[in-house]
Design a protein around this ligand. Structure first.
Ligand code: AMP
Length: 385
């Protein structure tokens, strides 16, 4: 570490942001002030008129949706008129408006914020968390971005870092950071496939690792395929079952829908460990003045049947990305999993069938991007001393 403070890596995610730093050559995630390892990438205008970040902001997503900005990563560095931004306008509850240079911006509480300003609030919070934990100002910072990001998206993230007062020495691709977490200082000569199935997006990349050189050979994905689609399948199933049993339609009740949504995601996560779960939501609605409870059983087998086509879609994308660059499945030496949804047993099972080898154990899907970024930040720091 140099005198200017410890280097950190930041995984600025669509849903969550993670900060990592290296101590005694081992990268570790920095815990937040609430003791969590993740900071929700959410910014909100509180009813008291303050801009708040993280869990406090996320907590008001249902009660104050117009003033709660999430998913900024999808908008940053894009033109307001672009197709993605126009699609997002229907999808998100907050107001997406044209910014000063024609880029997408957001309007909250009557004020227009540029996306780098919004991401800067998340980064600023990440910085405070790191400084509190590491006991002083931080030094060099590496921030990760998706491999498909254009120059203007990268520039916008860099600008967000500057607004947050960070010394951003590098913007690195997420799959590269994940591969660094796996192969740094291990003198490998391998082709590694990084399979990243997160909350809202799927990305696949193939990297060539040669010593400490990490080159992206192929990359692609789907910006509208992720954990949320798995949740939606469960939600539809639960709503249908509930309606068949009680003749009550929950679609018209936003509070009930939010509860079903949360319970569906929780059930999905539990089914990664267990074979059967029961979604139980007491007093979900009233019927003829009497409370109605929701109770729906779901097995892993049913979940697999409900979502198998989504998993298949990821493999169609993998095959396309590989074949575009003339890479065969047999040429892949290791598979690294990134993103919470990649923990689903069906995903891992199908990966093994598809590529003829199991994904690499020991690389943490949620943490490896931030850990790799921290290793890179530290190595840049040491190399320029
Ligand atoms: P990420 O964007 O990487 O934070 O991924 C978040 C997504 O992963 C969300 O859709 C979560 O519901 C999902 N997820 C997290 N843990 C698990 C798990 N153990 N099994 C299945 N999905 C999970």
């Amino acid at each position: 570490m140099s005198d200017k403070g410890r280097s950190v890596g930041i995984d600025l995610g669509t849903t969550n942001t993670l900060v990592a730093s290296v101590r005694n050559r081992v990268p570790r995630i920095v815990p937040t002030d609430r003791g969590n390892l993740i900071l929700p990438s959410v910014v909100a205008l509180s009813p008291r008129g303050e801009m708040v970040v993280g869990n406090v902001a996320k907590d008001q997503i249902v009660t104050n949706p117009k003033n709660t900005i999430y998913g900024a990563k999808r908008l940053i560095g894009r033109k307001f008129e672009s197709k993605v931004v126009q699609e997002m306008r229907d999808y998100y509850s907050y107001d997406i408006v044209p910014g000063p240079d024609g880029e997408a911006a957001v309007s909250v509480g009557g004020r227009v914020y540029r996306l780098p300003e919004i991401s800067a609030m998340v980064l600023s919070q990440a910085r405070t968390i790191a400084e509190q934990f590491l006991g002083g100002p931080i030094g060099d910072v590496v921030i990760t971005v998706p491999a498909y990001y254009t120059d203007s998206q990268r520039q916008a993230v860099k600008e967000a870092g500057l607004i947050a007062g960070l010394n951003v020495v590098k913007i690195v691709n997420e799959p590269t950071a994940a591969a660094i977490a796996y192969g740094f200082n291990r003198s490998l000569d391998q082709k590694v496939l990084v399979y990243d199935l997160g909350g809202g997006t799927f990305d696949v990349s193939v990297l060539q690792l040669t010593g400490n050189v990490f080159e992206v050979l192929a990359t692609g994905g789907d910006t509208f395929l992720g954990g949320i689609d798995f949740d939606n399948r469960i939600i539809d199933f639960v709503l249908e079952r509930f309606k068949a049993d009680t003749r009550v339609d929950l679609l018209t009740s936003p509070i009930a829908m939010q509860r079903v949504k949360n319970a569906s995601e929780a059930a999905k996560i539990d089914l990664s460990l267990m074979q059967n779960v029961t979604l139980e939501l007491p007093f979900i609605e009233e019927r003829k003045g009497k409370p109605v409870d929701l109770r729906v059983a779901l097995s892993r087998e049913q979940l697999n049947a409900l979502t198998g086509d989504l998993v298949d879609r990821t493999f169609a994308i993998c095959d396309r990305v590989l074949s575009e660059k003339g890479i065969t499945r047999q040429m892949i030496d290791e598979i690294i999993l990134v993103g919470g949804q990649s923990r689903m047993p069906l995903v891992q099972q199908r990966l093994q069938q598809h590529f003829g080898k199991p994904p690499r154990k020991g690389v943490h899907p949620d943490e490896c991007v931030a850990l790799g970024a921290a290793l890179l930040a530290e190595s840049i720091d040491t190399s320029i001393r």
